[in-house]
Write a protein that binds this ligand. Sequence first.
Ligand SMILES: C[S@@+](CC[C@H](N)C(=O)[O-])C[C@H]1O[C@@H](n2cnc3c(N)ncnc32)[C@H](O)[C@@H]1O
Length: 261
Amino acid sequence: MNTLNRATPSAVADLKTGAKKAPGGIRPEDYRYLQDCVYRETGIVLDQDKHYLMDSRLGPIVRRAGFSTVADLCNLLRGVGVASSRDQHDKIKREVVNAMTTNETLFFRELAQYDALRHKIIPALMAERRGLRRLRFWSAAASTGQEAYSLAVLLADIRVEGWNVQITGTDINDAVLARARAGRYQQIEVNRGLPANYLVRYFSRQGPVWELKDEIKKMVNFELLDLGESLRTRGPYDIVCCRNVLIYFDIETKCKILSEI
Ligand SMILES: C[S@@+](CC[C@H](N)C(=O)[O-])C[C@H]1O[C@@H](n2cnc3c(N)ncnc32)[C@H](O)[C@@H]1O
């Protein structure tokens, strides 16, 4: 097939006008539009040098939507030149926002912090709360759930029977939350950070997948939450893990979140 036949409106316009694209194939005006859109929706600041990242992450969305350029995706989001239903518009916006979040995580990331929790912080908390016998934890950028489940496994291992323990994991990305809720991990994911004795004790194996046992899953619930929303009515929590997320925000957003959690 003639490639021009498959070229979407903006690709044709670019060919005609010879419009310049920034490195990574995204036009400067589209890059600025996406920077603003991602900032508005998530607070994430994308610097000027993230063209390659944006191009590689948005590529699959462009192809799934049947477009050939990021420009067409932007036009759909702007509601200019590309027809779409409200549902399709919202779905694609959600996919773009999800794609622009970085979800790197692993079990027991920063082992020293879990050692401190196990040997100092949680025993001290339990002594303080022995009347109420209730503990509340919040994993505030939970991604695919490894942080929240690391806490759950640690607490199960400390033996908190008779205690009311609740761990809440929140994230802005609904796709990673769906994975977190399933509590199912590939071999390569459990190989990263999870001590072998915890794997054997708290997971069951189904072929190449390891699934957390119900006793662990029921300690954790996951919710969609933008940390940019007001957080003042949440909690109270005994411990909040807010790790590897503030790095993506500007100083105003960092201060707002830290003053509210
Ligand atoms: C790098 S992961 C950190 C995961 C985990 N806390 C850890 O340290 O291993 C960052 C997570 O923050 C989430 N995130 C980014 N912006 C957010 C926002 N405005 N509100 C809530 N979560 C956000 C992303 O979706 C991503 O899953």
